[in-house]
Write a protein that binds this ligand. Sequence first.
Ligand SMILES: [Zn+2]
Ligand SMILES: [Zn+2]
Length: 164
Amino acid sequence: MILIKTILVATLLLLVGDFLSTFLYHVPEHVFGKFHTIVHHGKNRSFIHYAVLNRNPLVLLDGFLGALPYFIFLPWGWQISPYGTILAIILGELHVVWRHVSIINWKTPIAIAWLCKILFITTPERHWLHHRNANLAYGDIFTFYHYPAVAWMQFLIEVKKKAR
Ligand SMILES: [Zn+2]
Ligand SMILES: [Zn+2]
């Protein structure tokens, strides 16, 4: 029972966190902002370097704003399952690091790539597509956020055009 609760709460927290982060921060930032594009999609920077290791305050701020939606529901998760909440934080953090491994030297093992495909989880290869082209591969953790994210992006682009 405790195991089911743990897994359920961890999954829910990551689902909600990725949803809010994608739709309230990531996509609007691509349409209206410059900040994430410069920081997260800058050229000629090694992947892990600027995503994880760089101490540039802008990078940290981008990371913080992107991560904020994950934190909102932690108190709620904690009340239901502290283990699940801790698991969500650990998995979320590990996934950030993992999806930013240097793509040049990285190839996701076939078994893991296959598992990710079944579970709709973003691999480093997939996330790298987004870094290279901001129209591709939305959903930092879950791949099924991509299509709604693109629809949302197109809607926001229309809003932006009309506002001019
Ligand atoms: Zn990234
Ligand atoms: Zn982006």
